[in-house]
Design a protein around this ligand. Structure first.
Ligand SMILES: [Zn+2]
Length: 231
């Protein structure tokens, strides 16, 4: 009876033959990543109504991240401010900001140099007059599905976050992602901040890291994904 518990040699060989495949699939499942590009819209870039300094410089870098994620068949999400003409978010209605990213205007479009893939999921926030949303976790897709439920459905565990602005929408998106239990990789080379006070972005990054965010670069991410394949 004891002997029968010892697997036949052929069975062992079969297990070994299939093991690498199983390990690879498990690794991919465990580490499934998604890219979140926050608010790279015309109004937040050079010449826009609420331009973030040097915003345009991150667009080519984001395009390279997009290529990397597309190649790995990982989902790409792009959030956008999508405000009604009148909103409490705007100075005219007592809010903090000049008019920006008003629904269906040119300023609300994604920057024309940003190369979003066909399958990118567009997430909208700030769509109601009384909404003052900053986080991508306050967005919905075109069918009204919340970002968090979309990530869960896709089995995403790690969220790579880049875009605009470091000290507002990137910051709040990262804080929420950490609260929801995601591993966060902040794209150090693909974020820019408003810096109402000169050290706002620097302090926002320190805060995100203190709360558990990791920081990465295109080079590091490329190596990370190459490592996934070899696992
Ligand atoms: Zn806004």
């Amino acid at each position: 009876m004891v002997q029968s518990k010892v697997p036949h040699r052929r069975t062992i060989a079969a297990v070994y033959r299939y093991a690498p495949v199983i390990v690879l699939e498990e690794n991919l499942m465990k580490t499934k990543s998604a890219l979140l590009i926050v608010d790279v819209q015309v109004d937040f870039c050079e010449g826009g109504s609420l331009a973030v300094p040097e915003a345009d410089t991150i667009i080519p870098v984001l395009n390279r991240y997009i290529k990397l994620f597309t190649r790995e068949q990982f989902p790409v999400f792009a959030s956008r401010d999508w405000h009604p003409h009148q909103a409490k978010h705007f100075q005219q209605q007592g809010g903090q900001w000049p008019h920006h990213c008003v629904q269906d205007t040119e300023g609300a479009q994604f920057h024309p140099h940003l190369k979003l893939p066909t399958g990118a999921v567009i997430l909208s926030k700030g769509t109601a007059p009384d909404e003052d949303s900053y986080s991508a976790f306050q967005t919905v897709d075109s069918r009204g599905k919340e970002f968090n439920s979309l990530l869960k459905k896709a089995g995403v565990k790690t969220l790579f976050v880049g875009g605009l602005a470091t000290d507002f929408c990137v910051r709040w998106s990262v804080v929420d992602a950490l609260t929801f239990g995601y591993t966060v990789e902040l794209l150090q080379d693909a974020i820019k901040g408003v810096n109402i006070k000169s050290r706002d972005s620097e302090q926002a990054i320190q805060e995100m890291v203190r709360l558990g965010a990791r920081t990465t670069t295109l080079e590091k991410a490329t190596k990370m994904f190459a490592g996934l394949k070899k696992a």
